[in-house]
Design a protein around this ligand. Sequence first.
Ligand code: NAP
Length: 319
Amino acid sequence: MEFFQIVSYALLFLLLFFLIRLVYPFIYLNYFVRSQNLQEKYDATWALITGSSSGLGLILAERLAKQKINLLLLSNDLESLRSQCLTLRKNYPAIKVESMCIDMSQPAETFIQSIEGELQKKPISLLFNNVGYVPVFNFASSEWNQVESHINCTVTNTIQLTHTVVNSLYKRKGIGAIVFTSSIMSFIPAPYSALYSSSKSYISAFAQSLAIETKKYNIDVCVVQPGPISKTNFLKATGIDNFEKDPFVRLLYSFSQTPKQIINLMLNSIGKFTVVDSSPLWGLVRAFQLVCGENIILYILTKTSTLWGLGRSLKKKSN
Ligand SMILES: NC(=O)c1ccc[n+]([C@@H]2O[C@H](COP(=O)([O-])OP(=O)(O)OC[C@H]3O[C@@H](n4cnc5c(N)ncnc54)[C@H](OP(=O)(O)O)[C@@H]3O)[C@@H](O)[C@H]2O)c1
């Protein structure tokens, strides 16, 4: 075989491998992962879910209740928490459902002791770090408290909560799982929400390292990185009027998955995979990044970021 022929075959093989790699996680995770019962797998009696009052958290609570796992629900809206607890207690009388109304954007000192108190009463073996929101502002002109609130909620307090639960599992030699809801945005720059993508990057990187450390204690770590998800309060929580009608957002959300699909993937991946990429956009983004490289993408975003999405909405708002 001639040298050039060998090189062409090698390149063709690499291309084929790359294409399979791009579609395989999406097809495998969405269609072939078997369902599992976490109550049996981890002998779980209690689960703690942050951001439980709407969207993904709401469906997650329902699915864990179905598996007969007692629930400690944490979010910031007393009314939604109350009605969620009532519904779950009515539909699943065999389990205990308790809630804590906590603003996670506040410093951890305001609530961590009450969580530690709960951990002494309840053997929590499943923690779902699901809380998250998109902070929308121009970083240069923002107030520090806007920045601090988001970092408190999605990074500092999430990590401290994880530390508290992992530490208690370690001390009582319990088995369990720590699950993070990250995002496809963990590897995509988000102009005018720099904190969102960076907090998700932090969570994804943290989860991967933690997974290696805690495996020997039989504590599984899983980080789910979804793309756009329909039917949640996520877009409304940006505070931008009619944001869901923005042409770019509509295009993005035409690739969306439902909360049920994401929760199925999440629950069925725990203990089998550490990183779960589910979005049909995943392959597209990764291929684009590999072909163009970061700097070309950043150049394009810098030139166009006020023409679409958050940049366009902020510009309209300030005019
Ligand atoms: N929807 C998407 O397109 C999408 C895509 C990728 C990743 N994600 C991630 O998925 C996770 C769930 O989002 P979702 O789509 O289900 O949105 P969602 O419906 O807005 O749910 C967010 C949850 O977080 C809670 N929360 C927000 N700020 C809080 C605070 N300061 N203290 C305590 N709880 C707070 C909310 O509770 P209250 O409102 O009651 O305070 C709510 O329960 C987030 O981590 C998000 O980043 C979403």
